[in-house]
Write a protein that binds this ligand. Structure first.
Ligand SMILES: [Zn+2]
Length: 409
């Protein structure tokens, strides 16, 4: 069996599903189990400082063979999405995929349809890996983990001259805690790459800029029997508030491509007080201010109409478009383009309508674009990976090592 495929199938069987209902870090024990295994395998590959740390993060350094070259880092995350089960994953290898819909044998209701995953049409004749339909596959991000492990293996054999390469496997990316234990200092590189992207040949160099608005509506509560002319029901005002938000033109479900949106995603409360959390998203950071102003205006109108009510809008900064920070080290993206070309791919830039660990790391000073690693339909039981696309990600990593090896610090 192909070494990359063998690694991938082994890693996906370890349940590393992240949890968003616990305070522990990492949020599930499987992440530590996989981390320990990877540290051990890195040691066996001759990476002497490989270590699974107490907080679940795995770090290792492939020493440079070129003294003058700067250090780069390869990152992948150990956890899988909480959106589908990750227990008892049974990877199924569809060698020489003959095209058409793929019925998953463990649950025949689960069908990967060409109509819904048109990229399948391009993958006839390739090797596809799926789950049996009862769980997700976990290619997000074990395709990234397996690609990095294989690239380390190949670099050692191929005698490619390169600078120091830092390997980092992180935890709980899927529950927004991927950078809780990570910072540029711990990573120790001039540029980093997350291997956490779909399909093949994509360089994700742009993410949303993001703020979180919390709208707190304070009503006036009184016994319903005595409420005539007095009660102001915060729940009803919350309904009004939502109704007045510009969802026809500025919601996730009504926008695409480079358009931003305001997305109310949780609501809780009672007659006395209701809270709505709203995600503000745009590729242009200044637009976030306009989005917040929209919410504040709605609040002011409601206060004018219901003088006993208070509507407060508090905005918290989340992350900023990676593109704003990648310019600090232009080689991060330039050499990714060159490496993809050298690996025989046609690189394409893609903007992510969301954030990545790379957006935070880039903002903290470590430029970190995201690269394709052959995963598809992630976060679902219809997830699949393409072996040949994972192999091309390995080639891209080896080329990145070679190209950065020719750079000066
Ligand atoms: Zn991921």
């Amino acid at each position: 069996m192909d070494a990359l495929l063998e690694r991938f199938c082994r890693y996906v069987k370890i349940d590393t599903r992240a949890r968003d209902d616990v305070k522990d870090y990492p949020s599930s024990p499987g992440q530590k189990e996989l981390g320990a295994l990877l540290a051990q395998e890195l040691l066996e590959l001759g990476v002497a400082d490989a270590r699974a740390h107490g907080d679940g993060i795995v770090t290792a350094t492939l020493p440079g063979t070129v003294r003058s070259a700067p250090a780069i880092a390869w990152l992948a995350h150990l956890d899988t999405s909480p959106e589908a089960s990750g227990t008892d994953v049974k990877p199924i290898v569809h060698a020489n995929y003959r095209g058409g819909d793929i019925v998953l044998p463990g649950d025949k209701q689960q069908v990967i349809r060409v109509a819904e995953s048109p990229e399948l049409a391009r993958l006839a004749g390739k090797t596809i890996v799926t789950s049996d339909g009862t769980t997700l596959l976990g290619a997000d991000d074990k395709a990234g983990v397996a690609a990095i492990m294989t690239a380390v293996d190949e670099l050692a054999r191929a005698r490619v001259p390169h600078g120091p390469i830092r390997i980092v496997f992180s935890c709980d990316e899927e529950v927004g805690r991927g950078c809780e234990k990570l910072d540029p200092e711990r990573i120790g590189a001039v540029a980093a790459y997350t291997l956490d992207g779909e399909d093949e040949g994509l360089i994700e160099n742009e993410t949303f800029s993001a703020d979180l608005a919390t709208v707190t509506i304070t009503g006036y509560n009184i016994h319903p029997g005595l409420a005539t002319g007095k009660m102001v029901n915060a729940i009803r005002l919350a309904g009004q508030f939502l109704e007045r938000m510009p969802w026809q033109t500025k919601a996730p479900e009504t926008t695409a491509d480079r358009q931003g949106f305001l997305h109310p995603y949780t609501i809780e409360g009672g007659v006395g007080e209701a809270k709505i959390k709203v995600l503000l998203r745009s590729f242009e950071a200044p637009e976030l201010k306009q989005q917040a102003a929209v919410l504040k205006r709605i609040g002011q109108t409601l206060e004018a109409e219901f003088p006993r009510a208070k509507v407060a809008v508090a905005v918290k900064r989340q992350y900023r478009n990676m593109l704003e920070h990648l310019g600090k080290e232009p080689r991060a993206v330039d050499l990714a383009v060159a490496a993809m070309k050298a690996a025989g791919l046609a690189p394409t830039f893609k903007s992510i309508r969301g954030g990545t660990d790379g957006s935070r790391l880039s903002e903290m000073g470590l430029p970190t674009p995201n690269l394709s690693v052959g995963m598809h339909n992630f976060h679902s039981k219809l997830e699949f990976a393409c072996l040949e696309q994972m192999q091309s990600a390995v080639r891209v990593l080896v080329e990145l090592a070679r190209l950065w090896g020719k750079q000066k610090r």
